[in-house]
Design a binder for this molecule. Structure first.
Ligand SMILES: [Zn+2]
Length: 361
């Protein structure tokens, strides 16, 4: 195999085998200074694909930042071939405000591929898209749940795209959701532009959660091994659940929730999810699972009004696949740890009182 050639990234030559930390200027601030994002470029000795790993595209979603920083301080791994771009904070303006959004209240993850003559967000998106994304062959974008919610670690990808599917399966989170992503999102537009991209969702905003970071770093290394950029055997769970339908179960009444499930739980149709009671703990109503599946996300705020989201269920076809998934999680240390760890933030109580189901119409 011929040796890789020197590449130029943002004005710096990066030779095969080198690692360079630098910055990409993406905009200008109110104080007329440059707004830039830090990037680490790591190269293998052999030629190979270029992969981006991004975090904090929503500026308050920091588990991915923690995962990339863990990889940056880990001296134990090296690339054999290709190039990895690690970007711990993509949305610097949001990050500086501990906010999901840009200062103009736009969601950067709805602005790709961007435009040179558009809004501030749109121009920012264009610089990122052209300077970084368009030069990559594959992408992994790391997210968390939105405020007041948490997610059990899961991968989301367009499974009709063979390379997205390949990366999603190689990542090995244990749960793969088939979705193309919203219009203007980084992964949808990157995939469309020829850079197949998956996202990973795990944990809460404003935190670096160790069990989520472990799942993310394992998955990134797994993908790099799958792409033959790193040596070693990927650590992938024996079976993984593929989810094609999800549903948010919403509160029917105002009140305070006693949760009967925690993130990552497997549930069967009709199982009690939460009991909603008034502040004196008198029952208002009980929410039940409309189908069998996995709790992929849930609220962390127990006080709800009618219509507010309580749990996000990923549908599994039948109780047999629920049992298979439960066994799979129990046999995989990283998912088992995440399952135990994420439950410690939520008071989970047994559903004791049987209530007749309300008539659905
Ligand atoms: Zn996000």
């Amino acid at each position: 195999m011929s040796a890789a050639e020197t590449q130029n990234w943002f004005g710096h030559d990066v030779a095969p085998g080198e690692s360079l930390s630098t910055e990409l200027v993406v905009s200008e601030s109110y104080s007329s200074r440059n707004v830039s994002i830090p990037v680490n470029i790591r190269r293998g000795l052999q030629p190979g694909p270029t992969v981006f790993v991004t975090a904090a595209l929503h500026g308050d979603e920091l588990n991915g930042t923690g995962a990339i920083r863990t990889m940056l301080s880990d001296k134990e791994w090296s690339l054999q071939s290709g190039t990895v771009l690690m970007i711990p904070v993509l949305n610097m303006l949001g990050f500086e405000r501990h906010s999901r959004y840009l200062p103009d209240r736009r969601d950067l993850n709805r602005c790709f591929p961007g435009s040179a003559s558009g809004s501030m967000a749109s121009r920012l998106a264009k610089v990122i898209f052209e300077s970084l994304i368009a030069r990559c062959d594959f992408g992994i974008d790391l997210h968390t749940a939105a405020v007041r919610r948490t997610n059990f670690p899961n991968v989301r990808a367009d499974l009709s795209h063979p390379d997205c599917r390949r990366m999603a399966e190689a990542f090995g989170s244990g749960i793969i959701l088939h979705t193309k992503g919203p219009k203007g999102s980084l992964r949808r537009e990157a995939t469309r532009a020829g850079c197949p991209t998956i996202i990973v969702e795990g944990g809460e905003v404003w935190k670096v959660e160790s069990s989520v970071v472990e799942c993310m770093t394992r998955g990134i290394f797994n993908v790099l091994m799958e792409l033959k950029m790193m040596s070693g055997e990927p650590d992938i769970p024996d079976t993984q659940a593929t989810i094609r339908e999800t549903k948010w179960i919403r509160a029917e009444r105002g009140g305070f929730l006693a949760m009967h499930v925690s993130p990552g739980d497997s549930i069967v149709k009709g199982q009690a999810i939460a009991t909603n009671s008034n502040l004196l703990a008198e029952d208002q109503n009980r929410l039940e699972a409309p189908f069998s599946g996995i709790i992929i996300g849930m609220t962390t705020l127990p006080a709800v009004q009618p219509g507010e989201p309580v749990v996000h269920i990923g549908r599994l076809s039948n109780p047999k696949s629920v049992r298979r998934h439960e066994k799979q999680v129990a046999g995989d240390e990283i998912q088992r740890t995440a399952h135990e760890h994420l439950a410690t933030n939520i008071q989970v109580v047994e559903a004791t009182v049987e209530e007749p189901r309300e008539n659905a119409d």
